[in-house]
Ligand binder design. Structure first.
Ligand SMILES: Nc1ncnc2c1ncn2[C@@H]1O[C@H](COP(=O)(O)OP(=O)(O)O)[C@@H](O)[C@H]1O
Ligand SMILES: [Mg+2]
Length: 319
């Protein structure tokens, strides 16, 4: 993990104590800020470093399967369950289970997870036998979990449990001092350590907003280095949007397209999964715009309140 800025040094200092304590840990921060890197670093620094690190993208798991994926299922638990199967909690035994995008876990799965975190016990779907697993659970989110508690999409008791050990990763624009070191590192990663950025390019790297954070920096630096024939990489080759470019509909669409494609690539999503994820985001945006008033959010989207629950995969009546 790179970054000598005061903020990043503050985070790095906490990693060893957190890794020693092995308590359930919540990592928050915007997309691309380095949440995965921190989770992996915690694993590497812990006594569990030679045991599995199992990462789960909660948003990519359909709600109907998420409990079975995490906790396993008994034979005959549902149609097609011809054999009992262990879940990821079992696979991660003695190691780390990293639950990314924890905000998208269904309320049912949240309840089971809370029980597991508190007792170390869980039940496979369709089984009445309690089992135990020794797994260090690390979770991450780029969402405001408090806001989701308010809209009754996230369990408050689970949030209290998760907040005990918490690492907040700042957006890159809040630790610009690290840009130089990160840039040099990413140049080296693609074998271009002999290349460098022109003074204008350096200024641009230092002043750009980086909405996609370290991930965006990495992509920009690596592709500029690989595509540029000269040793000096110019500002143009960075391909960053004009500083003063007004957010036109066309540039907005380009950004949305790039972001969606990145999501599909990173999570290996199908069109149907990506569409469902987009609907979820729009419903959640409508809820935010309407201050969590579900009736008004539904009206804005031209759907009924039940559909809001369905799109967010919250069973009706669970609030
Ligand atoms: N502190 C860091 N040092 C080196 N690389 C980093 C750092 N933070 C992020 N990265 C790189 O940026 C990219 C995005 O990081 P990631 O941890 O996947 O972000 P997040 O999980 O928050 O979306 C990855 O390629 C990662 O290697
Ligand atoms: Mg991530």
């Amino acid at each position: 993990m790179l970054g000598g800025s005061a903020v990043m040094a503050g985070i790095t200092r906490r990693l060893d104590p957190v890794a020693r304590a092995e308590r359930t840990t919540l990592i928050t921060g915007p997309t691309g800020a380095g949440k995965d890197v921190i989770a992996q670093s915690l694993h590497a620094r812990s006594r569990r470093c030679h045991e599995p690190f199992i990462a789960v993208h909660c948003a990519a798991l359909p709600d109907s399967l998420v409990e079975a994926e995490l906790f396993g299922h008994a034979k005959g638990a549902f149609t097609g369950a011809f054999q009992a199967r262990g879940g990821l909690v079992r696979t991660a035994e003695r190691g780390v289970l990293f639950l990314d995008e924890i905000d998208s876990l269904s309320l049912g799965a949240q309840a089971k997870l809370l029980r597991f975190l508190e007792t170390g016990e869980f039940r496979a779907v369709g089984s009445d036998q309690s089992e135990k697993s020794d797994t260090w659970v690390i979770v991450a989110t780029n969402q405001d979990l408090r806001g989701r508690v308010q809209s009754q999409l996230f369990r408050e008791d689970l949030l209290y449990r998760l907040e005990v050990v918490r690492i907040d990763v700042p957006p890159l624009c809040q630790h610009r001092d690290d840009i130089t070191v990160l840039t040099a590192h990413f140049l080296g990663e693609v074998g271009c350590q002999h290349k460098y950025f022109s003074p204008a390019a350096c200024r641009r790297l230092a002043s750009y907003e980086w909405p996609g954070n370290v991930r965006e920096l990495r992509h920009r630096v690596e592709s500029a280095a690989l595509l540029c024939d000269a040793t000096e990489i110019s500002e143009d080759e960075l391909g960053l949007p004009e500083a003063t470019e007004p957010a036109t509909a066309a540039s907005g669409e380009r950004t949305v397209k790039a972001t969606l494609w990145q999501m599909v690539e990173e999570r290996g999503m199908t069109l149907a999964q990506a569409t469902a994820a987009c609907e979820k985001m729009l419903v959640s945006a409508a809820l935010e715009a309407e201050l969590n008033n579900r009736a008004r959010a539904a009206a804005r989207l031209g759907i009924n309140v039940r559909t809001i629950y369905k799109k967010l995969s919250v069973p009706p009546g669970s609030s």
